[in-house]
Design a protein around this ligand. Structure first.
Ligand code: R5P
Length: 304
């Protein structure tokens, strides 16, 4: 019996599992995932997990519902095969944005997903910049020891290393009020930069309107930071507004580059100074790894 955990990655977490194992000198195990002819998911744990601590990583994206089924099947199988402790790392927790009944009759999706997770009796659940705006007690909701860590520090390290950033010439911008937390972290990590949040009103899934609330970006470099880029609507509108106000240069960083549909091409047309995301979800802009942040979190809770 080894006390060191074994790392396993799902279809949308394999890249992070490989990196984490390398970074933390941990054993990397294999899982076979494939489809039955009728579309059902088949999961087989190839590693011996009996009596072991298991770190399982999978993002609930690209293929949102399939990843969810794969994750649930895998974690339940790990438990069934005698894993001593299960640490589920879900870098992108989907369904978290539907965290309230915005219109009569709607399912409050994240509550249902959390109920499903709580049945799995996971020992620790680690997410990255999960949309927690209206969830007051995630430990209770998921019925486990829950840790939501941030990928924004890794994005800040990237910007700091790549560019010479002068405090007096730079402002960090959150495209809506909810992004204040990320703007604050980005600002602090780069070096106590000024930060500001815009005001966003969502008109439809793809259309937003932004009020710049008198921010002064004239002649400055703006670093926009948001948790998710989905359709790209928020960032496109924010960039348009900041340019109208005379921003000299704009860089964008996001933790979860969902980049749905033609979002990437629409963003490319903006000719930004930089557009970067983390690898919670693989995409053409996923150049910053969250593996160091995951390892740090695992160390802080005594798993590695
Ligand atoms: C909203 O709550 C999030 O923080 C993002 O601003 C949003 O998901 C971005 O979506 P889109 O790229 O579709 O505007």
């Amino acid at each position: 019996m080894s006390e060191k955990p074994i790392v396993l990655g799902g279809s949308n977490g394999e890249h992070l599992a490989v990196e984490l194992a390398e970074l933390g000198s941990l054993e990397l195990g294999d899982i076979e995932v494939r489809k039955f002819p009728d579309g059902e998911t088949y999961v087989r744990i190839l590693a011996n997990v009996a009596d072991r601590k298991v770190i399982y990583i999978n993002s609930l994206q690209r293929n949102v519902n399939e990843s969810l089924v794969e994750t649930v099947l895998t974690i339940d199988a790990l438990k069934d095969l005698g894993a001593k402790e299960i640490i589920a790392v879900i870098p992108y927790m989907s369904y978290a944005r539907q965290d309230a009944r915005f219109n009569p009759g709607e399912a409050v999706s994240i509550q249902t997903i959390a109920k499903l997770f709580s049945l799995l009796k996971i020992d620790y659940l680690i997410t990255i910049d999960m949309h927690l705006h209206r969830i007051s007690d995630p430990n209770r909701l998921f019925n486990t020891k829950f840790y939501n860590i941030t990928g924004v520090k890794e994005l800040a390290k990237y910007f700091k290393k790549k560019y010479e950033i002068r405090k007096e010439e730079t402002i960090v911008v959150g495209p809506d009020e909810e992004a204040e937390q990320w703007a604050k972290i980005m600002s602090k990590e780069i070096g106590d930069l000024d930060y500001f949040t815009l005001e966003k009103t969502r008109i439809s899934a793809e259309k937003v309107v932004i009020d710049t609330r008198g921010v002064n970006v004239k002649g400055k470099r703006a670093v926009i930071v948001d948790d998710i880029i989905s359709t790209g609507g928020t960032i496109i509108e924010a960039v348009k507004n900041l340019r109208e106000l005379g921003a000299a240069e704009i860089m964008v960083g996001t933790v979860h580059p969902l980049l749905i549909g033609n979002a990437y091409n629409r963003l490319l047309r903006l000719k930004l100074k930089d557009l970067v995301g983390t690898n919670t979800i693989l995409s053409p802009i996923s150049r910053v790894s969250v593996a160091p942040a995951i390892l740090e979190a695992l160390a802080s809770i005594g798993v590695v």
